[in-house]
Design a protein around this ligand. Structure first.
Ligand SMILES: Nc1ccn([C@@H]2O[C@H](COP(=O)(O)OP(=O)(O)OP(=O)(O)O)[C@@H](O)[C@H]2O)c(=O)n1
Ligand SMILES: C[C@](O)(CO)[C@H](O)COP(=O)(O)O
Length: 238
C-alpha cells in the first residue's frame, strides 16, 4: 500500500513567503509530521510526496535527515489539488488495479494511527473510503441575497452531514477510472478525491469511517497554535 502525501499547495490563506507545509510545528516541519505518520503505519509500505516544484529538494533533505526510509519518491505537484492527486496516480501507473493508495493532505499533521488503520481496514470492503467527522454547527447553503450580500438557500439536515478529512483511500483501479472520466470533463470542480469517485463512478460506494476533530487541516495562521496545543494534549495522554 502506498500513501501519497499531497504538498503541492502554496498556502495563500496562510500567507507568508513559504508554503505552509514547511512551517515549524513542535520541532518539525508540518510536512514531516505527516510523512512520519505514514512511515510509522504498519499498513503502509511506500510513501510518495508531491511537493511544490521549487521545494522538492528541501523536502528531500527533510526526509533524509529524518530517516523516513519508506519515502521512495518526492515529485512535483500540480496546479491545484486535483492535479496533484492525479500526479500521484500517474506516479503509480505501474501498480496493479487492486493495489491500494491513501491520498493525504500534507497539512493534516495530526493524522492518527487509528484513523490510518481504520481507513485501510475499510478498503477490504469498499473501493473508496473517506474519513469524516460530524458537524457540531448547523451547515447552510447560501446564494446571493435579494438586496446584496448572501442569503440562506437551504438548511440540510445536520444529522446526515459530515466534514471530510484525509486520508482518503482507494483501490487504484477505482480512483484511476474516476480520474480518467473527471479529467475529460471540462466542468470538473473537485475539493476532494472521494468527491471525484462519487461524481464520476456513481455505481461505486464511497464508505465513510469516523475521523477525529484533532485531524485539522492547517489552513489559516491561527491553526498553527491550535495544532501545537493538540499535539501537546496528545503527548499528555496516557
Ligand atoms: N496544487 C495543490 C494545492 C494543494 N495541495 C495540497 O492539498 C492540501 C490541502 O490544500 P490547502 O489547505 O488548500 O492548501 P493550499 O492550496 O496550500 O492552501 P490555499 O488554498 O490557502 O492556497 C495541502 O496539503 C496542499 O499542499 C496540493 O497538493 N497541490
Ligand atoms: C480534501 C479536504 O481536506 C477534505 O476536507 C479538503 O477538501 C481540501 O480542501 P482545500 O481547499 O484544498 O484545502
Amino acid at each position: 500500500m502506498t500513501a501519497a502525501v499531497l504538498a503541492g499547495g502554496v498556502g495563500v490563506r496562510m500567507g507568508g513567503a513559504r508554503p505552509k507545509q514547511l512551517l515549524p510545528l513542535a520541532g518539525r516541519t508540518i510536512i514531516e509530521h505527516s510523512v512520519a505518520a505514514f512511515c510509522a503505519a504498519p499498513e503502509v509500505d511506500d510513501v510518495i510526496v508531491l511537493m511544490v516544484e521549487d521545494h522538492v529538494s528541501e523536502v528531500a533533505e527533510i526526509v533524509a535527515d529524518g530517516g523516513h526510509s519508506k519515502v521512495s519518491r518526492i515529485l512535483p505537484g500540480g496546479a491545484d489539488r486535483t492535479q496533484t492527486s492525479y500526479a500521484a496516480l500517474r506516479a503509480l501507473e505501474s501498480a496493479a488495479d487492486d493495489e491500494l493508495v491513501l491520498l493525504h493532505d500534507a497539512v493534516r499533521p495530526l493524522v492518527s494511527p487509528r484513523v490510518i488503520a481504520d481507513c485501510v481496514r475499510a478498503l477490504g470492503e469498499a473501493g473508496a473510503v473517506g474519513v469524516a467527522v460530524p458537524s457540531s454547527d448547523t451547515v447552510v447553503e447560501v446564494g446571493p441575497g435579494r438586496t446584496g450580500g448572501e442569503a440562506i438557500r437551504a438548511v440540510p439536515a445536520r444529522a446526515s452531514l459530515r466534514r471530510m478529512q484525509t486520508p482518503q483511500g482507494f483501490r487504484l483501479g477505482v480512483v484511476r477510472r474516476a480520474y480518467e472520466r473527471a479529467l475529460a470533463d471540462p466542468d470538473l470542480v473537485a475539493t476532494d478525491d472521494c468527491g471525484v469517485v462519487l461524481r464520476y463512478l456513481p455505481e461505486e460506494e464511497v464508505r465513510v469511517i469516523v475521523g477525529e476533530e484533532a485531524n485539522i487541516k492547517v489552513t489559516h495562521p491561527g491553526d498553527i497554535a491550535i495544532a501545537e496545543a493538540l499535539l501537546r494534549e496528545r503527548g499528555r495522554r496516557p
